[in-house]
Structure formats: structure tokens, C-alpha cells
Write a protein that binds this ligand. Structure first.
Ligand SMILES: *Cc1c(COP(=O)(O)O)cnc(C)c1O
Length: 424
């Protein structure tokens, strides 16, 4: 469910017409709905009521501090993957104790910062990382609360590029080796192994792979406890899918019931890390038609957003619904068009053969389901400044990230002395 609907023939974000946002902030612009973010968070959190669960929103899905703060006000913790994400979560008001630091390549500096901030859990992805955390924590006289991320070798049955829990993926430590690693952790100074962590992939649309992975993780908790390790936490990662097109992912209630079924007997504290589920359908990318071009074989609608602004279609063949901001009249003529961006790459296509009303230059379109893995993945390819982000709440709108200034973007390059100052 989301709050992007037509009211009097105009697509709105909550009570704000998107045309007003285009005027206020220009295009392309990401637009997020507070009510949708909160609804998704609440639906998920309420499904886990009574299960001693902390919901740590996976900040990488959408790391705007206004988005994180909106969720933090609802009680969310954060799952972060870098110094930058950690700093964003802290600035947005997430208590350090509710922050999980994940990621397979944490630098020494990032681990030190996590220890200094006092994050609630550091997820360890390799033995050398475990040794480094031990060294840094004991040098500070601190105990690092860690979980080992195990790789359960389960096929998430999602897009190949977003599956993470198979043995050939780079993530985690093989399940079979876990007992040995926990024994090592117990012997190391500065390490308190509080939990077990898994995360098998993203955009899962079936419960089966989750069930397999949760069962394996629960079995490991019992094995470890049997070996004398006081494991009290189980971090089940994120990955629950959302409808982009005609997918029918499991409901948060069914997912929570599965978690209870597979882990309820353990009496562990649960950590859950949904990202896409919270933010995906809470955002759109608002874009303007630049040209309508009749090719010999196809018609193209060239819009002002490009693959650098929303990378998912080019990166994962992702499908995003594209809708006109002005609601087409019943029975109005339509055409099949390719909606393409201005970037000089053949993969800069948002949709093939989309049935849309007859569009003209300056018409506005909304690319739906762009709230997760949209703005966060943007680049300045083709020297296109990062786009603006707007958050709506009821009838109010706020620019939560200004469009990047072209002069600032250009000023980041420096001409070395040997080239002289011909460019001045
Ligand atoms: C990406 C990621 C998530 C969030 O995944 P979603 O599919 O967006 O829910 C959670 N945990 C970890 C460790 C991740 O890498």
C-alpha cells in the first residue's frame, strides 16, 4: 500500500500534487511519502509484536537522513555498511545501541569508529576481520559485541545479482566452519560473541528460502549453545520482497509467523534488517519528457532522468511501473513506447514497449517503486549533478536533499600545475 494516488486527475504524493513538486524542486526529483514509510515500518514492526525483535532499517536502501529520522521516530534501529551510513544513522537520531554494523570490507577506521560510537552489534564476515576487531577493541579496553555472519548456502531464488547466501557468494563464513570460528572468538580478547547473523539476498518473493535459512541458523544457535557459547541474539537480515509489477511477496505477517515457527523455541532477541520493504514503494522518481521521437521501428519518449539517477533497470534488468502525472481520460488513445534517458548508453532505458497515453514535451511522468536503491545508487555519470530529493507529509513538502550544484561538481576536479592555468 502506498500514498501515491490520482486526486482530481492529478497524481499526488499524499495531499501534494506532483506537478507542484516539479515546480518547487525541478526535475528529475525523487519524492518520498512519510505516510507510506511509516505504514510499511509499522506493518512490519507490528507483525513482530511479542517476539522481542529489533527492526534495524537497512540504511543502504535509502540513506537520506530525513528518511532515517522518520523511521527512527517510529523506533527503528539501523543496519549500516560504512562509516558514512553509520554517521548518517547517528545524526538522524538512531541510538548507537540499535545500530548493527554489517559489511564484508570494514576498514580499520570504520571498526574503530563503530567501537567508539558503541554500536550494538558488529557483524563479522571473515576471520581476519575478527582478529582486527579483537585487536582494536582490546586496545581501547572495550568489548566488541559481535555476531558472525554465516553463509547458509541457500538459494534465495531471486535475481542472480542480489543473491548473497550461496556458498559461491562473497558474503559470510561457511556454516560448517562456524563452530570453529566461535571457539576462536571466545578465546580472543575484546570480543563478546552475542549472536549469529544471516542475510541471504534481496527481493525474495517466496518464504521457502527464508525458512531453510532460518532453520539452519536456529540449528547453529543450538549447536553453539551446546558448545558453551552464550548466544542470545539472532540477526535474520533483510530481503523480503515488494511488488514492483505482478510479484506477490509474502506478507510481513506470514514472514513473522515463519520466524516464530523456526526460531521461537530459542528465546533469542531477534534483529531484522528490512530495507527495500520499508522504502521501495514509498518513493517515485519524478521526471519530465524532453522529446517524443518516432524511430523507424519504435517510438521513444526521452525523459530528463537517466540511468545515473536510477540505476536499477540498467544494473538488474529491474522493472519499474511508469505512469503519467496527469491521469489519462477514459478511452484516450495510447501508444507503446520505450521510455529512455539522456545518457549515452544503450542500457539507459526505464521501460520497453510501455503503453502510455500520447505524451508531449514537458509532460511529467512518475517512475514508481523508486524509493529503495534509487537515489543511493546515483552517480554523476555524464557530469549530471545528483538530483534533488523531496519528502512529503500530508500537504507539506520539504526538499531533503538539494540538487547538486553544477559549479560545485565541476570544482571538485583540480588541474595539476604542469597543465598551467590555460583553463582559467
Ligand atoms: C542489503 C542488506 C539488507 C537489506 O536488504 P533488503 O532486501 O533491502 O531488505 C539487510 N541486511 C544486510 C546485511 C544487507 O546487506
Amino acid at each position: 500500500m502506498d500514498h501515491f494516488t490520482y486526486i482530481d486527475g492529478q497524481l499526488h504524493a499524499e495531499s501534494v500534487p506532483l506537478s507542484r513538486i516539479a515546480e518547487a524542486a525541478g526535475t528529475p526529483t525523487y519524492v518520498y511519502s512519510t505516510a507510506t514509510l511509516v505504514h510499511h515500518y509499522r506493518t512490519f514492526a507490528d507483525a513482530f509484536a511479542g517476539q522481542n525483535a529489533t527492526i534495524c532499517y537497512a540504511v543502504k536502501a535509502n540513506s537520506n537522513q530525513a528518511v532515517i529520522a522518520t523511521l527512527a521516530r517510529q523506533g527503528a534501529g539501523a543496519d549500516v555498511l560504512s562509516e558514512g551510513e553509520l554517521r548518517r544513522a547517528l545524526k538522524a537520531g538512531v541510538p548507537a545501541a540499535k545500530i548493527v554494523f554489517s559489511g564484508i570490507g570494514k576498514s580499520r577506521r570504520e571498526i574503530a569508529l563503530a567501537l567508539e560510537a558503541g554500536v550494538g552489534q558488529i557483524n563479522v564476515e571473515s576471520e581476519p576481520e575478527l582478529e582486527l576487531i579483537s585487536a582494536l577493541a582490546s586496545a581501547r579496553g572495550a568489548m566488541a559485541p559481535i555476531a558472525i555472519r554465516v553463509n547458509p548456502d541457500v538459494d534465495a531464488k531471486t535475481h542472480e545479482k542480489i543473491t548473497t547466501g550461496r556458498k559461491e557468494n562473497k558474503f559470510g563464513i561457511a556454516l560448517a566452519r562456524a563452530p570453529e570460528i566461535y571457539a576462536r572468538a571466545a578465546a580472543l580478547p575484546g570480543i563478546e560473541a552475542v549472536g549469529v547473523a544471516i542475510h541471504i539476498g534481496s527481493q525474495l518473493t517466496e518464504l521457502g528460502p527464508f525458512g531453510d535459512a532460518f532453520t539452519l541458523a536456529a540449528g547453529l544457535v543450538e549447536t553453539l549453545r551446546g558448545a558453551g557459547h552464550p548466544i542470545r541474539r539472532l540477526d535474520l537480515g533483510g530481503g523480503l520482497g515488494i511488488p514492483y509489477r505482478d510479484e506477490t511477496p509474502p506478507s510481513p505477517a506470514d514472514y513473522a509467523a515463519l520466524v516464530r515457527e523456526t526460531t521461537g523455541h530459542l528465546g533469542v532477541e531477534l534483529v531484522l534488517e528490512p530495507g527495500r520493504l520499508i522504502a521501495g514503494n514509498a518513493g517515485i522518481l519524478l521526471t519530465r519528457v524532453l522529446y517524443v521521437k518516432q524511430g523507424t521501428a519504435k517510438s521513444f519518449v526521452v525523459v530528463d532522468a537517466g540511468m545515473n539517477d536510477l540505476m536499477r533497470p540498467a544494473l538488474y534488468d529491474a522493472w519499474h511501473r511508469i505512469v503519467p502525472v496527469v491521469e489519462p481520460a477514459m478511452g484516450a488513445p495510447t501508444a507503446a513506447v520505450d521510455v529512455v534517458g539522456p545518457v549515452c548508453e544503450t542500457t539507459d532505458i526505464f521501460g520497453h514497449d510501455r503503453i502510455l497515453p500520447m505524451l508531449e514535451c514537458d509532460d511529467l511522468l512518475a517512475i514508481r517503486s523508486a524509493g529503495a536503491y534509487g537515489a543511493v545508487m546515483a552517480s554523476t555519470y555524464n557530469t549530471r549533478p545528483l538530483v534533488a530529493e523531496v519528502l512529503v507529509k500530508d500537504d507539506a513538502l520539504a526538499v531533503i536533499r538539494a540538487r547538486q550544484d553544477m559549479a560545485e561538481l565541476l570544482a571538485m576536479d583540480r588541474i595539476p600545475a604542469w597543465l598551467g592555468d590555460e583553463s582559467q
